[in-house]
Ligand binder design. Structure first.
Ligand code: 5GP
Length: 162
């Protein structure tokens, strides 16, 4: 079984997630997205929460459906933690599955920032990080609209330049 999220459903999810954060009174200074999936979430949340400051951290962990590296790793360039000093940070990602990715990023923030909270579209039962803001809980593999299709390939015979 798979949990399938369409772009249309994602639009609803991100607004509802933002509404929960606003209702809770959390006003982040920075939305920190975990690339690549978290970039979509961070963009939607930053607009909905009227937060103009987005940062990005690249983390590599999954190599396929359910297959991972031993541990998640932050890829260069790693953001400068000084930028987060005394800031309220909202970490945004698509899903907390094992939660290892979120833990890595949250631990990276913890020493530097005034406050850090996490928002995800999905959280799975096994996640070792319990996010403050979750749109939906599932234990299925999730098909996200941005990664469910193969990357596009150049069509043969296509004329690119006039
Ligand atoms: P974690 O470190 O929590 O196990 O996994 C975090 C990252 O792995 C997510 O941001 C996402 O990129 C990928 N991932 C984990 N579970 C799923 C899933 O069910 N579906 C998809 N498409 N990606 C997943």
């Amino acid at each position: 079984m798979r949990e399938n999220l369409s772009y249309e459903q994602f639009g609803v999810a991100v607004r509802e997630l933002a509404q929960t954060i606003a209702d809770d009174g959390y006003e982040p200074d920075i939305v920190l997205s975990i690339a690549r999936g978290g970039v979509f979430v961070a963009g939607g949340l930053a607009y909905a929460l009227d937060c103009k400051n987005i940062h990005l951290v690249n983390v590599e962990f999954y190599t396929g459906v359910g297959t991972t590296l031993e541990m998640p790793v932050m890829l260069a360039p790693v953001p400068n933690a000084i930028d987060f000093t005394d800031k309220k940070v909202l970490i945004a990602d698509d899903v907390a599955d094992t939660g290892k990715t979120l833990k890595l990023v949250r631990d990276f923030c913890l020493d530097a920032v005034a406050e850090v909270r996490s928002a995800v579209v999905y959280e799975k039962t096994q996640s070792l990080v319990k996010c403050e803001y979750v749109w939906k809980r599932t234990d299925e593999w999730i098909n996200f609209p941005w990664s469910v299709q193969e990357p596009v390939v150049r069509r043969s015979g296509q004329v690119l330049d006039a």
